[in-house]
Ligand binder design. Structure first.
Ligand SMILES: *[C@@H]1O[C@H](CO)[C@@H](O)[C@H](O)[C@H]1NC(C)=O
Ligand SMILES: *[C@@H]1O[C@H](CO)[C@@H](O)[C@H](O)[C@H]1NC(C)=O
Ligand SMILES: *[C@@H]1O[C@H](CO)[C@@H](O)[C@H](O)[C@H]1NC(C)=O
Length: 236
């Protein structure tokens, strides 16, 4: 793998945790889980819980789960659907294998809103990070395998489509502040470094010449490090 490692001198501020209000239509993060853009997940991590919205191109049922390995076995699954009368159902379930997940004794998801239009089913719910229910998966700051599925109708027996994606749910929101005209950035770039595959950590040193600075200047921010994750797609 060839990676261009570098650091960019620029100010990045973290805006912290969003308020508890659910008024805001826009959730913090958005990810398309499938290749056709039919399954979209939006979410906002909060202190105690996570708010998730799924927007799925189906009028059938929708499932979103957290799985130890990307498969259905032992996955913690939220299943929901909107019936012909517009009644929304959302259930906290648990899969023991590749069969219809059964309902948890303790329901740990809270339906916030849901509807179905001519093309989509949209469900918004919250769920605590830790539910103290051993039929649930404890969500944390670790990367989690999210599994998704949806059906043609509200019969749960068959998936129309399904898949899995590794996601980092506690990702905070970063926003770049507007920088004044007097702010300059300086890119420090090391070209074309091959990372050896037998080393856990590679330190690469390089000397850079400072830009000419003629008056007193302050460094107001820098990128300390960036992290790249390698994800293995597990097809079951
Ligand atoms: C149904 O809702 C989805 C999600 O909000 C939206 O993208 C889509 O355009 C809507 N479709 C119609 C026909 O209104
Ligand atoms: C990058 O490094 C590799 C291996 O040292 C070399 O074969 C390749 O030509 C280099 N590419 C560039 C764009 O310098
Ligand atoms: C930076 O300053 C040095 C010394 O004054 C000068 O020789 C050099 O040409 C300057 N470089 C640039 C890019 O302005």
């Amino acid at each position: 793998m060839n990676v261009v490692a570098g650091s960019l001198v620029v100010l990045a501020a973290c805006t912290g945790v969003l308020g508890q209000s659910l008024e805001s239509k826009d959730l913090m993060h958005r990810a398309v889980l499938d290749q056709e853009g039919k399954f979209v997940m939006l979410w906002t991590p909060r202190d105690e819980d996570i708010v998730i919205e799924v927007q799925v191109a189906t009028k059938g049922y929708v499932g979103l789960g957290f799985s130890p390995n990307g498969g259905m076995r032992d996955a913690d699954i939220v299943l929901g659907w909107v019936n012909g009368e517009g009644k929304v159902t959302l259930e906290d379930r648990f899969a023991t294998g590749n069969s219809e997940p059964r309902k948890d004794k303790l329901q740990s998801v809270t339906l916030l809103s849901g509807f179905e239009n001519d093309t989509h089913t949209v469900l918004r719910f919250s769920r605590p990070w830790a539910t103290c229910d051993d039929e649930d998966f404890e969500l944390s700051g670790d990367t989690v395998r999210v599994i998704w599925a949806f059906g043609k109708d509200d019969q749960i027996a068959w998936h129309e489509k399904r898949g899995t994606k590794s996601m980092y749910l506690q990702e905070p929101q970063f926003s770049l502040p507007t920088l004044g005209n007097d702010v300059k950035t300086w890119d420090l770039v090391s070209d074309n470094i091959s990372l050896p595959d037998d080393l856990r950590t590679l330190y690469w040193c390089k000397l850079f010449k400072m830009p000419n600075i003629t008056k007193k200047t302050q460094i107001i921010g820098f990128v300390h490090h960036t992290v790249l994750y390698e994800c293995n797609l597990l097809i079951v």
